[in-house]
Design a protein around this ligand. Sequence first.
Ligand code: FAD
Length: 379
Amino acid sequence: MPKVIIAGAGLVGALNACFFARKGWEVEVYEFRKDIRQMEHVQGRSINLALSYRGKCALEAVGLKDYIVDQGVEMHSRLIHDIDGKTMHRQPYGQPGEHIVSINRRHLNEVMITEAEKHPQVTFFFEHKVIKADVNKGKLTVQHNDTYVDVVGDLILACDGAYSAVRRSLMATPLFDFSQEYIAHGYVELNILPQNNEYAFEPNVFHLWPRGDFTLIALANRDKTFTVTIFAPYETFEKEMYDSESVVAFFKRMFPDAFAFLGAEHIEETFNRIKPLPLVSIKCSPHAFNGKVILMGDAAHAMVPFYGQGMNCGFEDCLVLSDTLDEYNDDIETAITTYSTNRVRDAHVINDLAMYNYNELKDLVNKTSYKMRKKLDLW
Ligand code: FAD
């Protein structure tokens, strides 16, 4: 059986390991972090994520969809909170019954690693950092403590995230197009605790406080908490949320109903502990190199989170690659070249839609569309 080497055991790396395990390939996964299943606290982005149809289809193909979805919280619509702290507007996501699901990132990642490991030919190497890739030889150089080793495989999947070490090794490849854009916004995550052992807000919706140039969102977790995220321009963080007093006043003024549950102490403590994190959008082409290496997930197409599709699109990468390999009877070179041709186009489109939805979520959701205003004769 062929051997696949996977850089990164995050969401996309772990799901790829499940796909290739089921194909019977030999699978080696090299992950920089410790095994998250053994860790008390895992640092990183977005505690929970919105899983949509695209991601569910990929999980279904490895038999994990029902289990994962059962562990999440369904979200059937957006609930827009006005600045008066009282009025709310509901915007359904689709037809009755259609919904997205709020999922805990860590749990999802752990389930996929454990699922892949059930197959004896799969090995995860934690605390192994990928340093560089040699595309011609299909080789990765990996560091463990003070030791460097070269690992080779028939196929290398770079699932090592937006700042991919594998992609860095490819930068000088002729005809490799690459672009990245940091948006003006950063984000900070907070938490709303249960109130009298119940959810503080309605759980089965995506809560949104759009305020023009900045926005607050909240997604429910199974333990009756909410993960709350503020997205704002760095300039706004600097000018309006520069110390304990100003940040508390800002939340109280802009998000009065959320403030009532977040509490001044928690807001102060969070902003004293963490700085806003940046958001980057990355496009590149091609995604496949020399019939041996593929960039996948954020390594290929990191996107701003406003369309809730980064992980979902990365999951779809895994499904599309698996199907393409099946279609070409595991002729790796043909399959990954075809994959890249099709996937680059799709990834660019989703990246653009995510950037568009950046404007939608912070502002446009509150505005009547041009067509509607004309119809209502409001111009
Ligand atoms: P990552 O999750 O970044 O995983 C990369 C892995 O590689 C990590 O485990 C890392 O430790 C490892 N690694 C990195 N470098 C090395 C190295 N040199 N050697 C070995 N290992 C390495 N997407 C959605 O679909 N829905 C959402 O609701 C959503 N919300 C989001 C909210 C926020 C605030 C943000 C920032 C993102 C959100 N996303 C969402 C996007 C989603 O988080 C990413 O698209 C997804 O995590 C990509 O998975 P990945 O496996 O490609 O990369």
